[in-house]
Each structure stands twice: as structure tokens, then as C-alpha cells.
Design a protein around this ligand. Structure first.
Ligand SMILES: Nc1ncnc2c1ncn2[C@@H]1O[C@H](COP(=O)(O)OP(=O)(O)OP(=O)(O)O)[C@@H](O)[C@H]1O
Ligand SMILES: [Mg+2]
Length: 430
């Protein structure tokens, strides 16, 4: 039985068996549709030439025999288009290794493809707090970073994009300061051109003692309201005219740009959802992040998830677009004699993950994207956040933030805060 993961290897094998027939084609697309059934799309000129058409039919016949349920009946297995681009319809083709003139079109049911990496956003740098697993200390680290940056006088804009399990706002705001609306409300109202009216009432400033302000935009307002019904609509693309369509992450970008104009932050901190999820995809790939913090706790589940993401970025040929934005963070690092061993194991696994994204350097040449395992400035080198009793199982992180001082925050978050120092100071001297 042929299952999904065999599709591309079998396509490679079938095309590899008839290399000349493939080379004769100006281009060829492998269309893997929403049900993961495969068709070939070839130039219209081929359909008019008996010999080439017959050859292509033969090729699909042998491919279909291998693909089983993932193929179409042979007579319906080939489509023709004038231009390859006519078939794209929003999908972004990627190369099939070994064949210069063949590309794969992969149709997904979600808007989140994890494959088009937005350029770094102009304006204040955006730092995304992401992890594969939940509960690794992401939101707490974000709250501590916001506090610390604001203590230095920075204007900090914090967005809670963990829409499905929001909580960050309660970490930085006492209940009475919560605004009326949140990001979910804006995304729903924007669909009916009602979003701008919310902007004045969807943020609050923190009352922590800081030199610069912290503007916090929560996932939902003081009253979540019909949250489930609203959440079920936030992913909606917005139709903007006869042929216009704005994906939800484009809408989100528009919101962040508005908030940026409104609050003039020096830095934007974004609490992402965990996992290979649609909201997380927007945060990691679509928002023009300056840095994506990849929180990790040592264990197989962390690495399996990250490996799947990296493999996807490699396959789609975009790893070079994102690799310099990634930074590993070790959350909840044991604060006892296990610490050294734990971090060494985590570093080794992180290096195994990142190594394929580093350039291979020929003897005598240099590359600015090649790192040794023990290089502390490498993106795989974990910024360690210590597990600390004082930050564990808090009834109210907000109460905790009111009481902390620099030394307490630094004891746990120094590595992360130093990273911010380096990133923001380079930024301003550029
Ligand atoms: N440095 C730390 N030391 C000890 N406990 C911590 C530390 N940071 C966070 N915690 C605790 O770990 C738990 C998870 O933290 P947090 O909510 O910040 O994680 P998260 O990754 O944002 O989780 P979620 O995926 O649920 O949003 C909380 O109980 C928090 O108090
Ligand atoms: Mg969280």
C-alpha cells in the first residue's frame, strides 16, 4: 500500500526511470492536490505532439501504478497549461531534487504553509516566543523580558497571540486594567470593516514600575464574550474586491502595523502559540520576525517537532531565509547538579538539528554562517533559563512582577536579556 510519505520518492523514481522523456519537456509540474492525489501538469504544446503526449502518458501510467490510491485514473492524470504559472493558483512550487525542469505544487487545506518567510519587518524589531511543546516558560520569559526592557527605558509593545490559550495579559496587567477588546475581537471586526474603532480600547499599559511604557494587547478583552465563536472566525481571509483576498496573517500584519503607528514601540514582543499550528505559523514565518526564540526542553518530543519543521524548510528551499532569525532558548533548566549535563545534552541535540542549516566551508574559505557545536554565539547554543523556585507555580505572575528586582530577574533570565542587549544595540548602531 502506498501512503503519503512515499509519494515524492515514487515520483522521483518514476521520472528517474525515463530521464530523456522528462528532459525533453520545457517544464513539468507534479500537482499533489488537497486529497493528496497526484496529477502531472505539462505545457499545452506537448498535448499537440503525438509522440511527446504518448511518452508522457506512458510515464503517468507507470507512476500511477506505483502511487495506487494517490493517483488518478490514467485518462484523468495529466492536465495541460500554456504557462506553468497558470497552474500555481496561490501555491508556491518547490523543486524536485534531481530534475531542474520539474516542480511540485502542494495544495494544503490551511493557509499556513510555513514556507514563505516574510522579510524582516521595517520598524521596531519583532521578537517571537515560540516552542514546539507548551508549558516551557515562554510567557513568563516574555513578561520578564518586557519588564526588563521597559526598565531600561524602552517602549515595549506586547502581543498575546496565543489566542487558543491566552494568559499573558493577566501576567502583566491586574484585572481592573484589562481593556475591553483584544486581538480576536479586532480580527473578527476587521472582516466587516469595523476594526479601526477598536484600536483605542484594545490595549492597556502595565502599572509596573518601569522607565518606558509596556503596551499590552491581549488575546481577548476583559470579558472574553462569545470567545469560541469569535475564535472560529479569526482565520477567515478577507475578500477585498472582485479578485482581492487578504489572508488572516496579512490582516494580522496590518493590525500590528497600526498598533505600531499608534504606540511607537522600540521593540515588539509576541507570545506565539506552541506547536506546528496555524497561529504559530503566522508568528514564525509571516510577521517579519527579527528573531524567533525556539524554546526547548530536553526530550525527544521537542526535537521531533523541530526536525519536522526544519525538514519542511529544507524541502521548500527557504531555510536560508529563516535560519539567521532562529535562536534556541532552553526553558526550565534544572537548577542543581544536573544542570551541566542537561545543557550539554540539549546543546548536542540542538547542534544536530541546526547543523544542516549551516554552510559547509571549503578549506581556505570562510563563511559567516558556519558554527561549531561549542560556539556560544551560534543560534543552536541554548540561552539557558534557570528553573527557579521563585517563578514556579505562581498564583499571580502579575503580583510577582510587581515585587521583582533586577537581580532576581537577571539570576534567571540573564542569557536571554543579554541577547536582547546585543540585538537591540546592534540594531540602533546600524
Ligand atoms: N524560570 C522558571 N522557573 C520555574 N518555573 C517557571 C519558570 N518559568 C515559568 N515557570 C512556571 O512554568 C509554568 C509554565 O510557564 P509559562 O506559562 O510561562 O509557560 P508557557 O510556555 O507560556 O506555557 P503555555 O504553553 O501554557 O502558554 C508556570 O507554572 C510557570 O510559573
Ligand atoms: Mg504561554
Amino acid at each position: 500500500m502506498t501512503t503519503f510519505d512515499r509519494i515524492l520518492p515514487l515520483v522521483q523514481k518514476a521520472l528517474g526511470a525515463k530521464p530523456q522523456a522528462v528532459q525533453r519537456l520545457p517544464w513539468l509540474l507534479i500537482n499533489r492536490d488537497l486529497n493528496a492525489r497526484v496529477r502531472l501538469i505539462a505545457p499545452s504544446s506537448v498535448s499537440q505532439e503525438d509522440a511527446q503526449r504518448t511518452e508522457l502518458l506512458g510515464l503517468y501510467q507507470s507512476l500511477a501504478a506505483e502511487l495506487g490510491s494517490h493517483a488518478y485514473p490514467v485518462e484523468a492524470g495529466i492536465l495541460f497549461e500554456e504557462q506553468a504559472e497558470d497552474a500555481y493558483q496561490g501555491a508556491r512550487p518547490f523543486g524536485l531534487p534531481g530534475f531542474d525542469n520539474v516542480k511540485v505544487l502542494d495544495r494544503l487545506a490551511t493557509d499556513a504553509h510555513w514556507e514563505s518567510i516574510a522579510n524582516i519587518a521595517a520598524g521596531a524589531p519583532r521578537f517571537v516566543f515560540f516552542s514546539i511543546k507548551g508549558g516551557v516558560g515562554r510567557s513568563t520569559a516574555l513578561a520578564a523580558s518586557a519588564w526588563s526592557l521597559a526598565r531600561q527605558g524602552k517602549r515595549v509593545l506586547v502581543l498575546d497571540l496565543d489566542l487558543e490559550s491566552p494568559g499573558l495579559s493577566s501576567a502583566l496587567l491586574p484585572a481592573e486594567r484589562q481593556p475591553t477588546y483584544g486581538i480576536t475581537d479586532w480580527l473578527v471586526e476587521d472582516l466587516v470593516e469595523n476594526g479601526d474603532g477598536l484600536l483605542a480600547d484594545m490595549y492597556a499599559t502595565s502599572d509596573l514600575e518601569t522607565a518606558g511604557p509596556i503596551y499590552l494587547v491581549p488575546a481577548h478583552g476583559r470579558e472574553p464574550g462569545e470567545y469560541v465563536s469569535k475564535l472560529g472566525r479569526v482565520w477567515m481571509p478577507k475578500v477585498t474586491g472582485p479578485s482581492g483576498r487578504q489572508s488572516w496573517s496579512e490582516r494580522l500584519n496590518r493590525l500590528i502595523n497600526r498598533l505600531e503607528q499608534q504606540h511607537k514601540p522600540d521593540v515588539i514582543l509576541i507570545d506565539s502559540r506552541a506547536g506546528i499550528d496555524e497561529v504559530a505559523a503566522a508568528c514564525v514565518t509571516d510577521l517579519g520576525a527579527h528573531t524567533v526564540f525556539m524554546f526547548a526542553i530536553q526530550g525527544q518530543q521537542t526535537w521531533t517537532g523541530y526536525q519536522a519543521l526544519f525538514a519542511h524548510w529544507q524541502q521548500r528551499g527557504v531555510i536560508r531565509d529563516i535560519r539567521s532569525r532562529l535562536q534556541l532558548v532552553a526553558g526550565l533548566v534544572p537548577d542543581d547538579e544536573r544542570r551541566t549535563e542537561y545543557l550539554a545534552a540539549l546543546r548536542a541535540d540542538a547542534y544536530a538539528l541546526f547543523e544542516s542549516t549551516y554552510d559547509e566551508v571549503e578549506p581556505g574559505k570562510v563563511s559567516d554562517w558556519n558554527f561549531e557545536e561549542d560556539d556560544d554565539n551560534a543560534p543552536h547554543s541554548p540561552l539557558a533559563i534557570r528553573w527557579n523556585r521563585g517563578w514556579y507555580g505562581l498564583l499571580s505572575l502579575q503580583q510577582r512582577m510587581v515585587q521583582v528586582d533586577e537581580a532576581e530577574v537577571a539570576a534567571v533570565y540573564r542569557a536571554l536579556l543579554n541577547f536582547f542587549d546585543r540585538a537591540l544595540n546592534t540594531e540602533s548602531s546600524e
